[in-house]
Design a protein around this ligand. Sequence first.
Ligand SMILES: [Cu+2]
Length: 102
Amino acid sequence: MRPARRRSRKQRQPSGAYCARRIQGETAMSVRTTINISGMHCGHCVASVTEELQELEGVAAVDVALNKDGLSVATITSAQELDPARIDAAIAEAGYAVVAGG
Ligand SMILES: [Cu+2]
């Protein structure tokens, strides 16, 4: 795997084109983060998790697919990449745990 930092090369484009692309990116694009959560059993769990995640700065939408027999999956749409530690903290606040891998 290559390091992801190489993206900054885009800045070598003529400044006009770069700005146009950047503005478009900020308005039209969003980041989607998917996490697995253990211990969720019903609609109340979904509501708690959704509420905590929506309180994170920059979060535009939260969608939780409940799987009461296994791992539930939360899809978070945000303007920028979210700090995984903040997601973990939000899920912990709701009373559940993020499960790595998946
Ligand atoms: Cu529940």
